[in-house]
Each structure stands twice: as structure tokens, then as C-alpha cells.
Design a protein around this ligand. Structure first.
Ligand code: SF4
Length: 234
């Protein structure tokens, strides 16, 4: 055997987990959290949504009323990620529609962003944790492949991570949200901005400088400026 052929025998690459070389049955995906969802598995967000609707991958499935996948524009430049559905979201099947969601819409409107036109909104977990508790790491991990596919298919210019659970669930960064809010992060080539969760602002409504509401105003202005910069490069 020629030398070159022998050496080529030592070429070994990690198998890529892509839709092209992994055979997974759709029904396995939605019933077994151990079944990976390969990157590129879904061609459309509608396919992904259909799978989520029947998903039993984690313990949140039995108590949900609706699976809450997304609202907004799948071509939006801004993708917003929250923690998980609350009661109103569970009842309606739409994320961020309760008081915190209404405040989020106002925050966006303050810099002339429309939540239906300019954003695509989703959560770390798509089913409501009982009593609005924080999702467990197992629940977040079971649901994360859907989120990764949403991010890939929307392919936003900027990702807003609302609150510590969203930051941890996406990037793995466990720092407190008050420490990292307002700082740009790069995660897999995506520009991400951690911000305070709107529900936190509802509990802390003071507009004084340095308070949560004032901090949010600084952050959302920075996001708007960056979006303008990315949309109209000099
Ligand atoms: S939270 Fe996610 S992984 Fe768990 S059952 Fe709902 S859709 Fe499936």
C-alpha cells in the first residue's frame, strides 16, 4: 500500500451531527429527550412548531395547556429570548403576552421597534413550569435543540437575552444578570445583549438613574443604535 494511502487511514473526523447524516424519526424527537435534534433538521419554522406541539421530551409536558413556541416575525432582525411561558402565555399559546410582555412591547416601542414586525420572540422552554418556577437544567436542555433551530432559521442580527435564565440557557454564562446586562456578548457569531427581564421592572418601577427602568432605557437605546448600524453599514 502506498505511503499516502496508509497515512490517509489515520484521517479521522468527529462525526458531524447534521441533518444530512443522522437518521432520526420525527416521532422520536418529540418523545425522547435523549434523541438529538440535529442542526439543520427543520426546513421551516412551521415544521418545528408542529413537533413542539406534540412534544413530550420533558416533565413540563403533562401540565401545559398550550405549547408556546413564538410570536412575531420569522424574518425579524431582533430575536428575543425569555425564560418560559407564564399563566397567560400557557392559556393563549403566545409568549410574552402578560403584563411583562405588554411592558416589553412598550420598551420596544420607545425606540420605534414593533414587536410583531421587528422581533421574533420565544423562550428557553416552550411549556409552562408549574407555579412559574424557573425551568430545571434538564428541562432547559431537553428544549434547547428547538431553540437552536429557531435561532438558525430566523438568523437574526441581534439576540436579546431577557434575564439570567435566558443568558444561562443560551450561552451557559452563570453570572448574575445585573453584572452582565448591557454588555455585548458574542455567541456562535451572534451578537447578544443580556437585559433585565421586564417582570423585574414591574417590581422595580422607579425611573431614577441607576435603577432597573433607567438601565433598561440605556440598554434598549444601545440595541436600537446597533441595529441601525448593522442595517446601514457606512
Ligand atoms: S418544554 Fe420543550 S422539551 Fe419540554 S415538553 Fe415542552 S416543548 Fe418539549
Amino acid at each position: 500500500m502506498p505511503n499516502e494511502e496508509q497515512i490517509n487511514l489515520f484521517d479521522w473526523h468527529e462525526p458531524q451531527t447534521t441533518a444530512a447524516n443522522v437518521t432520526v424519526e420525527p416521532e422520536e424527537i418529540s418523545s425522547n429527550s435523549q434523541t438529538p435534534i440535529p442542526a439543520g433538521f427543520y426546513d421551516t419554522l412551521d415544521q418545528l412548531t408542529a413537533h413542539c406541539q406534540q412534544c413530550q421530551r420533558c416533565d413540563l409536558a403533562p401540565s401545559r395547556t398550550h405549547v408556546v413556541v413564538s410570536r412575531g416575525n420569522p424574518q425579524a432582525p431582533l430575536l428575543i429570548i425569555g425564560e418560559g411561558p407564564g399563566q397567560q402565555e400557557d392559556e393563549t399559546g403566545l409568549p410574552f403576552v402578560g403584563r411583562a410582555g405588554q411592558l416589553l412591547d412598550k420598551i420596544l416601542a420607545s425606540v420605534k421597534l414593533d414587536s410583531q414586525r421587528d422581533t421574533y420572540i420565544c423562550n428557553i422552554v416552550k411549556c409552562r413550569p408549574p407555579g412559574n418556577r424557573t425551568p430545571t437544567s434538564e428541562e432547559s436542555a431537553a428544549c434547547k435543540p428547538y431553540l437552536l433551530e429557531q435561532i438558525r432559521l430566523v438568523n437574526p442580527k441581534i439576540i436579546l437575552l431577557t434575564g439570567a435564565t435566558a443568558v444561562r440557557g443560551v450561552t451557559g454564562d452563570k453570572r448574575g444578570i445585573t453584572k452582565i446586562r448591557g454588555q455585548w456578548l458574542t455567541w456562535h457569531n451572534y451578537l447578544c445583549m443580556p437585559i433585565l427581564h421586564p417582570a423585574y421592572l414591574l417590581r422595580n418601577p422607579s425611573p431614577e438613574p441607576g435603577k432597573p427602568k433607567w438601565l433598561m432605557w440605556q440598554d434598549i437605546q444601545a440595541v436600537r443604535a446597533k441595529l441601525d448600524e448593522l442595517s446601514n453599514p457606512a
